[in-house]
Write a protein of this length. Sequence first.
Length: 141
Amino acid sequence: MDLRNCPRCGKLFAYDGTHKLCPVCRNDEEEDFQKVKDYLWDNPHATIEEVHEETGVERETIIKFIKDNRLIAEGIELDFLLECERCGAPISHGRYCEKCQNELIDGFTPSSKKETPTKKFSRKSDKMFIADRIKNKNYRR
């Protein structure tokens, strides 16, 4: 069991491999997300400062929701610029621009250029047939 301290409240919790916050803080963050989402539903194109003042949710938490792709900045008027963490291009949500996302994904997928060459048999004696295998197996007995 992997035990960690919650970065938000400092309490010890059992880390499950996916959630970085303790269950209590995770529920609080989910409630904050619902507040922001409901406010933006009723007030599209509000600024982060307006959302912060009306909902009581911290600016950093709202920005975190945008970076985690939970909110798309097209519904929020940003008073700052979100930038791709790889190339610095302006983006409306997430951590990477679409171009960098595709390049990163392509880096993880094997390409057809890296195929290993197959051995080609040049002589008939180099080939292995089932009959030869059975013959060799019977011979060894």
